[in-house]
Design a protein around this ligand. Structure first.
Ligand code: SF4
Ligand code: SF4
Length: 168
């Protein structure tokens, strides 16, 4: 069953998703000067207000991409060969060649605690998610447009940006 946090989040997504995506498209097309400097303090605020252990929606609904070194590291941690690891858990996305989880929620998520069972060796994609602090926000806007629907932290960041910059 979804937590209260996720139930509220899903209601807000339905209501605001389209307007937040339109806002991000405007940012993409006409990027305000100093955007990265505007985003950085807002992102800090977001993480003061966000507890991923009450959420884990990324692990429940999305798949990370696994690099070759992720696969090597995690397979070794699980004492499996890389081939056996891929065979058991992953598939190769045809269009991009990326290795992804076969299923959601992720097989490494503990659904009772929302903790990752391979946290120390998790894929780099998971460690960096939701990638708010990438050097140039603009280059990642297309990702945030997708993630606004899945990640309460990204949603909150866009909410704060919109409140601050809505005259765009
Ligand atoms: S590997 Fe861990 S952090 Fe990454 S999606 Fe799975 S449970 Fe989440
Ligand atoms: S990164 Fe986003 S989706 Fe993942 S647990 Fe944290 S708030 Fe939830």
């Amino acid at each position: 069953m979804a937590s209260a946090l996720l139930t509220t989040f899903r209601k807000k997504v339905k209501k605001y998703r389209n307007s937040y995506r339109r806002f991000l498209t405007r940012i993409e097309k006409k990027t305000p000067r100093g955007l990265d400097k505007i985003v950085a303090p807002l992102d800090k605020e977001v993480w003061k207000e966000t507890n991923c252990l009450q959420c884990a929606n990324c692990c429940k609904t999305m798949t990370p991409t696994y690099t070759a070194s992720d696969i090597k590291r995690i397979s070794a941690h699980l004492k499996m060969t890389t081939d056996a690891f891929k065979e058991k858990w992953l598939y190769k996305e045809r269009s991009t060649g990326d290795w992804m989880n076969k299923k959601t929620p992720c097989q490494f998520l503990d659904l009772k605690t929302n903790m990752c069972n391979i946290y120390e060796v998790r894929p780099a994609d998971c460690a960096g998610f939701p990638h708010h602090t990438k050097k140039h926000f603009k280059e990642w806007v297309h990702i945030y447009k997708q993630n606004v629907e899945y990640c309460p932290a990204t949603f909150k960041l866009v909410e704060k940006m919109k409140a601050k910059m809505d005259n765009l």
